[in-house]
Design a protein around this ligand. Structure first.
Ligand SMILES: [Zn+2]
Length: 124
């Protein structure tokens, strides 16, 4: 675990780690009901070492850090993003769970800021 890169990423994005359920549907303004509903999208396909991040107190970015992604995983990820109105991005940084060995898969509600620095922060 590389706590420094995790902290640096979160600070640069104005994000704080959620204390609540690590749940994809919370990005969409819904409550986590994965114990009650079968069609509840609690996590993304192939999710590993997942965390959920808030901006201004609201869930904004879901991060999964898997060791790799095969074609089935990628297809399923894109399918749930399309079905639920979400965007995704895959990066090598900041893969804090095991830097150099895992990827970072970011998922956020389409049309929102997502895992990017705000304009004001990137301008300074
Ligand atoms: Zn859930």
């Amino acid at each position: 675990m590389d706590a420094k890169s995790k902290e640096a990423w979160a600070t640069s994005r104005g994000l704080t780690e959620s204390n609540g359920a690590i749940c994809v549907e919370r990005l969409l303004g819904r409550q986590c009901r994965h114990r009650d509903e079968r069609d509840h999208l609690h996590s993304i396909p192939g999710s590993d070492h997942a965390t959920l991040w808030c901006r201004d107190g609201a869930p904004a970015v879901y991060v999964s850090q898997p060791y790799g992604m095969d074609g089935e995983y990628l297809r399923a990820l894109l399918e749930v993003c399309d079905a639920y109105g979400m965007s995704c991005f895959v990066d090598a940084w900041p893969s804090w769970h095991n830097p150099g060995s895992v990827l970072s898969v970011f998922v956020w509600k389409k049309g929102t800021q997502g895992p990017w620095p705000s304009r004001r922060e990137s301008a300074t």
